[in-house]
Design a protein around this ligand. Structure first.
Ligand code: GDP
Ligand code: ZN
Length: 312
């Protein structure tokens, strides 16, 4: 059969698991070379890609598909290739949103880590959501502190919720947030991302790690992203081992554009090449001073700027 349409749910590098709209799963191979204009990547296909394939009969037991075409991507995320530094590695495509599971304690997710994730999401124009997990472990004072942090992010425009994957708090809200969408889940190991996905898809039974092993890097053996359907039409992409929304190089000048509360003020600095560090009459520093931009966000900005300078 020729020209069937499907979506890539899983990739092992040489095989692609493609799901058709009629609900069948076909193992596919890729035929020929596929290149994305202006983008150097080590892998041509990502989870979430829509493809056209031909069905060829396998050796009796299994059908086999040959992917002939990758349909245009709405968006995609890449991380730096471990092997070839000038190349990126495609992680996932056609995302509706990126969800980061964080915990302010047990373990601590740093504000810098959260902000890097948000900046990447802005750079990719993918809506970002923060889920603060393990609220069952927090006392009143810690919950209040968490509420303040969430308020700060909400004022910038990000959706935030306190949840508990184990106790079930606000899981119905999470279900509403992801309904009918393709959501990428990420997070530091140990925050409960697997536990949350298991709560959303009880049949799945992803392995969760004990607190004692998450300090130990390399707990996760799979590094391939994988897509699951939690409800008909609702998709979750899990990306084990990919903690950040990896991003390719970014110019110093670009970084502030991806802090929404800064980008609104950018035209108002005295110098139009202002880096918002030591320059006089800087609208960003004034806003930090006035408490309109939070200190922690500004510190994250400076640290990203520094990383960028160090790369030069
Ligand atoms: P992952 O590395 O982000 O996938 O984290 P896991 O899902 O493996 O969870 C790490 C540990 O945190 C496990 O021991 C989970 O049982 C625990 N955990 C996950 N979610 C919660 C939660 O909401 N509350 C509590 N108390 N523990 C949780
Ligand atoms: Zn400035």
């Amino acid at each position: 059969m020729v020209n069937q349409k499907g979506k890539v749910w899983r990739s092992t590098g040489s095989w692609y698991e493609v799901h058709t709209e009629s609900g069948t799963t076909i193992r596919c191979r890729l035929k020929g070379k596929f290149k994305i204009k202006g983008l150097k990547v080590t892998n041509p296909l990502a989870v979430g890609d829509d493809v056209i394939f031909d069905l060829e009969m396998g050796e009796g037991e299994k059908d086999l598909g040959i992917i002939k075409e990758i349909l245009p991507r709405k968006n995609y995320i890449i991380r730096k290739s471990v092997h070839k530094t000038a190349h990126g590695h495609l992680i996932a495509s056609n995302l509706d949103q990126a969800i980061m599971v964080v915990t302010l304690t047990y373990p601590k997710t740093s504000m810098g880590f959260i902000d890097r994730f948000l900046v990447s999401a802005e750079a990719y124009s993918i809506p970002a959501i923060l889920l603060f997990n393990k609220m069952d472990l927090l006392d009143e004072a810690s919950l209040e502190y968490q509420e303040e942090i969430m308020d700060m992010y909400r004022q910038i425009g990000y959706t935030c919720y306190s949840i508990s994957a184990l106790r079930g708090d606000n899981i119905d809200i999470v279900k509403k947030l992801i309904e009918g969408k393709i959501s990428l889940f990420s997070g530091h190991s140990g925050v409960g991302k697997s536990a949350l996905i298991n709560t959303l898809i009880p049949d799945l039974d992803l392995a969760t790690s004990e607190i004692s092993d998450f300090a130990n890097k390399g707990v996760h053996t799979t590094t391939f992203a994988e897509m699951f359907e939690s409800e008909p039409g609702t998709f979750i992409i899990d990306s084990p081992g990919i903690k950040e929304l990896g991003l390719m190089e970014m110019e110093s000048q670009e970084i502030s554009h991806y802090f929404p509360e800064m980008s609104a003020l950018l035209g108002q600095c005295k110098f139009n090449n202002c880096e918002h560090t030591n320059e006089p009459k800087c609208s960003i520093k004034d806003a930090v001073e006035a408490g309109k931009i939070s200190d922690s966000r500004y510190i994250s900005y400076l640290s990203m700027l520094e990383d960028d300078d160090n790369r030069r």
